[in-house]
Ligand binder design. Structure first.
Ligand SMILES: CC(=O)N[C@H]1[C@@H](OP(=O)(O)OP(=O)(O)OC[C@H]2O[C@@H](n3ccc(=O)[nH]c3=O)[C@H](O)[C@@H]2O)O[C@H](CO)[C@@H](O)[C@@H]1O
Ligand SMILES: C=C(OP(=O)(O)O)C(=O)O
Length: 428
């Protein structure tokens, strides 16, 4: 299995192109199930999760075609076409690899009238239930049964009908599933307390490009007028705000200066605010952001929250950066109950972090020391890369497949700005 080897201490300088967003791509791809016409995505990131989602869609009968991607390009163009749905079952073997597979539930139900999807179960960062997805779909008339680890959803004869859903908790996945199902339901659907994440705006815009009628995009109240059918479209995936934030932390911890080409500040306000409070200079430049950190870092307090709050997907990377800040930082994780798996690994590199319940107190240290480390989830793995970039000596990050799920050609992007980083396979 591959490893990432980093020899720390190099100041990052240069330009990093930001890829299309994983978390947008994984909710945009299932939209292909909603129409029998082709749906083309530009700027789709080349990621393991995107490939896995493609395989899942293939076994539902969706064809996936990649157009003329040159190996040196980031991103690619993919056309998906679900002329006919050949299977409405999303099997355990694929769903267990990738939680986002649950996002085929709403579209399959809307288009084919039924869906049987393996329950995604818990994962490294916490329990992650799907009760809100199911309640939302029930409000559109679906009947739900749970058996043998699968959720089986059936639409009433005549198809889903509009309904009113008031989410008790802000849920990104449940908002996405219900929104995708409602666009083909009969009549009006109102989703209250909807998630407002930029990826949901991207999803809604893509659905509108396919002919859906959605009002209130970007607000906590989405109103959908169901349409008879959706047509094909071409849609460009938004820039990955979490990838951009991760490289901002990488630049900052090395005292570097990096342009994040394509990063969109409006999707990253809370992250940019956190960086600035930590002493990092962030400037808008044509088509992206410039991040500079030559004056040292200082501790900040941060609490994760649904958008527009500070994203849970950036908590681990900030923690790594703040491990070398002047003073203490208090981080609170309010979304997932077990998203501190990186703490013991950062501690092995010399970080001083104490976790109490959902809070982590990070006391800045003078330096980190490279070590062999491993993480059990994507953002935790990235936090170890960030720590490794500033640590003395060599850091070996194991279980690279987590990084490949969410960071397009990480080692290539980081070496291009001066990092000493390489991927090695176990043998070499
Ligand atoms: C609000 C939020 O920050 N969501 C994050 C969440 O999305 P993801 O869609 O995975 O999770 P949700 O937004 O649905 O979860 C938000 C909260 O609601 C709870 N919940 C969710 C669904 C449900 O049916 N029942 C239930 O109780 C969850 O346990 C969690 O505490 O993880 C993704 C991957 O890290 C992030 O990109 C999203 O930004
Ligand atoms: C945890 C993440 O993704 P997923 O929900 O696909 O596991 C993430 O993007 O940080």
């Amino acid at each position: 299995m591959d490893k990432i080897v980093i020899r720390g201490g190099r100041r990052l300088k240069g330009r990093i192109p930001i890829s299309g967003a994983k978390n947008a791509a994984l909710t945009l791809m299932p939209c292909a199930l909603l129409s029998d016409e082709p749906l083309t995505f530009r700027n789709l990131p080349r990621l393991a999760d995107v490939d896995t989602f493609g395989h899942l869609l293939n076994q539902h009968g969706v064809s996936t075609m990649v157009e003329g991607a040159r190996p040196e390009d980031f991103g690619r163009v993919m056309t998906l076409r679900a002329g006919r749905i050949t299977s409405t079952v999303a099997p355990y073997d694929i769903v267990r690899k990738m939680r986002a597979s649950i996002l085929v539930l709403g579209p399959l139900l809307a288009r084919a009238g039924e869906a049987t999807v393996s329950l995604p179960g818990g994962c490294a960062i916490g329990n992650r239930p799907i009760d809100l997805h199911l309640k939302g779909l029930e409000a559109l008339g679906a009947e739900i049964e749970l058996a043998a680890g699968y959720v089986k959803a059936t639409a009433p004869r005549g198809g889903l009908r509009g309904g009113r859903i008031v989410f008790s908790t802000v849920s990104v996945g449940a908002t996405e599933n219900v929104l995708m199902a409602s666009v083909l339901a009969k009549g009006e659907t109102i989703i209250e307390n909807a998630a407002r994440e930029p990826e949901i705006i991207d999803l809604a815009r893509c659905l509108v490009a396919m002919g859906a009628k959605i009002d209130g995009i970007g607000t906590e109240r989405l109103t959908v007028q169901g349409v008879e059918r959706l047509h094909g479209a071409t849609y460009a995936v938004m820039a990955d705000r979490i990838e951009a934030g991760s490289y901002a932390c990488a630049a900052a911890i090395t005292g570097g200066e990096v342009e994040l080409a394509g990063a969109q500040s409006e999707s990253m306000e809370a992250v940019l605010d956190g960086l600035r409070r930590a002493g990092v200079v962030v400037e808008e430049v044509g088509g992206g952001l410039l991040v500079k950190a030559d004056g040292g870092l200082r501790g900040v307090n941060l609490s994760t929250a649904p958008f527009p709050g500070f994203p849970t997907d950036m908590q681990a990377q900030f923690m790594a950066m703040l491990a070398l800040a002047e003073g203490a930082s208090l981080l609170s994780e309010t979304i997932f109950e077990n998203r501190y798996m990186h703490v013991p690994e950062l501690a092995r590199m010399g970080a001083d972090i104490t976790v109490t319940g959902r809070s982590a107190l990070v006391r800045g240290v003078d330096h980190l020391i490279g070590a062999p480390v491993m993480a059990t989830d994507l953002r935790a793995s990235m936090s170890l890369v960030i720590a490794g970039l500033a640590a003395r000596g060599e850091t070996v990050v194991n279980r690279v497949y987590h990084l490949d799920r969410g960071y397009e050609r990480l080692e290539e992007k980081l070496s291009a700005v001066g990092a000493d980083i390489e991927r090695v396979s176990d043998g070499g």
